[in-house]
Design a protein around this ligand. Structure first.
Ligand code: HEM
Length: 245
């Protein structure tokens, strides 16, 4: 058996993780999973515009939506169990995405001839640099974001559990610097989504010349939709203060 055949058999036995194309595929799938989450999350957050009595029952629509998420799966499952399973899935997907991206980049570096070691930064292309620093920005944003709205450990707002509507207004209303932090993160996210979709098409081998324009349109459309929706929420929360809140 040749060395290549031995390596291929070893890779098959160790699973998808072991091959470069397998790793790229998992990076793409986990990335697409997160795009799905970010889109659904944005649709949910747009309920901010329904105001403090969105469902006509004196509760903000955004809070009712939060409660609905916690009630998912009941009564078959106890309260919040399905939400925790979804959170676990989201976290696992995130970790797999980051670990595999790191593994692929180490592999690339190791494969580079020694003489390029000192000039590695000159060799890196702008898209991969943007993905790297965009990814770091998104990770920092996520920690900042969760500290504010999920863990409630950010000292600049009086966090109220079960009141995401009030928490979002506290964080953004008349605080343009908070909006600016979010805008930077949303732009980094849009760039990441655009390039991520484009690279996925490459990984899947569907980026033939005649499909190039279509793939770019899908990537641009998805990134623009998510950027536009989130910017609307940020601007809305910065400018609109609802009575009673
Ligand atoms: C305008 C932009 C955004 C706003 C106003 C916003 C608002 C919120 C709020 C209020 C919560 C707490 C929900 C609750 O407790 O019911 C939350 C949770 C969360 N957000 Fe965002 N979000 C935004 C963008 C994003 C983006 C771009 C991401 C990901 C890249 C993200 C990821 C998350 C995650 C992972 C959670 C925790 C979900 C959970 O554990 O249930 N958010 N967000």
């Amino acid at each position: 058996m040749t060395a290549t055949a031995v390596r291929a058999r070893g890779a098959r036995q160790r699973g998808l993780w072991a091959t470069t194309v397998g790793k790229k595929l998992l990076v793409a799938v986990t990335g697409l999973g997160w795009i799905g989450f970010v889109f659904v999350h944005m649709i949910g957050n747009l309920k901010l515009f329904m105001g403090p009595e969105g469902h006509g029952d004196s509760r903000p629509a955004l809070n009712v939506y939060g409660e609905w998420l916690r009630d998912l799966g009941t009564p078959a499952l106890p309260h919040s169990v399905l939400l925790w399973l979804l959170r676990f899935g989201l976290l696992t997907t995130f970790v797999v995405h980051v670990v595999l991206v790191a593994a692929l980049s180490w592999r690339n570096r190791a494969a580079r001839p020694q003489r390029y070691a000192k000039t590695a930064h000159v060799q890196a292309n702008p898209a991969s640099l943007m993905m790297k620093w965009g990814g770091v920005t998104i990770l920092a944003f996520l920690l900042f974001h969760l500290a504010h709205f999920t863990w409630g450990v950010s000292p600049d707002i009086e966090f109220r559990r079960g009141d995401p509507y009030g928490n979002v207004l506290q964080a953004f209303y008349h605080r343009p610097w908070m909006g600016a932090i979010y805008l930077v993160a949303m732009i980094a996210l849009a760039g990441h989504i655009y390039h991520g979709i484009y690279s996925t098409a490459q990984t899947l081998g569907i980026n033939r010349a005649r499909r190039e324009q279509l793939i770019r349109r899908i990537a641009t459309g998805t990134a623009a939709l998510i950027l536009g929706g989130n910017v609307l929420i940020i601007v809305g929360a910065t400018l609109i203060k609802n009575p009673g809140y």
